[in-house]
Design a protein around this ligand. Structure first.
Ligand code: HEM
Length: 336
């Protein structure tokens, strides 16, 4: 039965801080996770009500395998594991992750506190396999020094880009989220001239203006991530990338996060970046950026958290999980 299509806090304005937690769920921990879903809203209120100016939100995403292990009944039609992309020179790996939490607020401490409370509820059933504390950097720049997020869709366009609609009515108001942690070779990047950096990104650094058609290189990040269909429709995603880093470990990174109504859109962007368009003409940013994680999660509509789909019964669990080829995703893999 179609659910109330009110989304989780996917379309919230950008904040100054975020915690990104990726977790795996141990065999047998599925019910613990299912029990968490209706409690999530209360946990957000426990922290956020006391901090009305923080804009504290939490988006929860569920990976393909965990969905099949946990729930009975229909599954989100486009849900599948992150499909790694291998080009001749660049690789986007797929890494473990059953559950994903995107916690946002102006300051870091409310994000941290909420993530801690959620983890307290399910800690025995999960392992945190990746934790990133993101910060906003100057005027919304990444650590490469460029303003990141400018061309995000807004208003109705954003909702249309990220929210599932009539194409999958059982999951209307849901979304998909793709995550990737990138590490930058800042030394190599900073050895480039500003003009070379601008050609790699496709925008000017200081005033953030997009390079015009005559000067926009086809292997710039902007050129390769702009997908325009033959009828002129642009396919968009909603990003809330955040810089992060560790001076001790020499890590300077961008946490990429993109919401979409259909994961095919960010997947096409990834193939264009990593394999190239045409093949071999890969994203210049990747000369200085290495993807070290990759995950894809379904973001249930808010009402589905309050009233989750029925738990998977033993009988259902014995049925084979759909093979990747049955999901029609084998063709997304790109051979070296
Ligand atoms: C190293 C990781 C990344 C960095 C540092 C980065 C940075 C940027 C910057 C600076 C821009 C230009 C300003 C704007 O946001 O509109 C941009 C645009 C964009 N990026 Fe990324 N990005 C990264 C990864 C990705 C990935 C993995 C995807 C998709 C799967 C992606 C999709 C896009 C899109 C769709 C645009 C807007 C293009 C346009 O319409 O002009 N980015 N990114």
């Amino acid at each position: 039965m179609p659910v109330d299509p009110q989304p989780q806090a996917v379309l919230t304005p950008l904040t100054e801080s975020a915690v990104f937690l990726t977790l795996t769920v141990a065999e047998g921990g599925e019910q613990t996770v299912r029990d968490l879903l209706p409690e999530l809203g209360g946990l957000v209120r426990s922290v956020g009500f006391r901090l009305p100016d923080e804009g504290l939100t939490c988006v929860l995403g569920i990976g393909s395998d965990l969905w099949d292990r946990t729930f009975d009944g229909p599954r989100p039609t486009a849900l599948h594991p992150f499909v790694e992309v291998t080009g001749a020179r660049h690789h986007a790996p797929s890494t473990p992750g059953d559950l994903f939490l995107h916690v946002r607020a102006q300051r870091l401490y409310p994000c941290f506190d909420l993530a801690r409370l959620i983890h307290d509820r399910i800690g025995g059933a999960v392992e945190v396999v990746d934790e990133v504390h993101g910060f906003r950097y100057f005027d919304r720049r990444d650590l490469l020094g460029f303003v990141d997020g400018t061309e995000n869709p807004v208003g109705d366009d954003a909702a249309a880009a990220v929210l599932i609609g009539d194409e999958d009515p059982d999951f209307a108001g849901g979304s998909y989220v793709m995550t990737q942690k990138y590490l930058h070779d800042l030394t190599g990047w900073q050895a480039q001239s500003v003009e070379a950096q601008e050609r790699a990104v496709g925008r000017r650094q200081l005033d953030n203006v997009e390079l015009d058609e005559a000067t926009q290189p086809p292997d710039s990040h902007v050129a390769l991530t702009t997908i325009v269909e033959q009828d002129g429709t642009e396919r968009e995603i909603l990003r809330d990338n955040m810089p992060f880093g560790s001076i001790a470990r020499g890590e300077y990174g961008t946490y990429f996060i993109g919401y979409a109504a259909d994961p095919d859109v960010p997947e096409r962007m990834l193939r264009r970046m990593f394999v190239g368009e045409p093949v071999g003409s890969t994203d210049r940013l990747l000369e200085f950026s290495t993807a070290v994680t990759g995950g894809l999660f379904f973001v249930p509509p808010a009402a589905m958290l309050d009233d989750p789909p029925p738990a998977r019964t033993d009988a259902a669990a014995e049925e084979a999980t759909p093979a990747r080829s049955d999901l029609g995703i084998g063709d997304l893999r790109t051979a070296r």
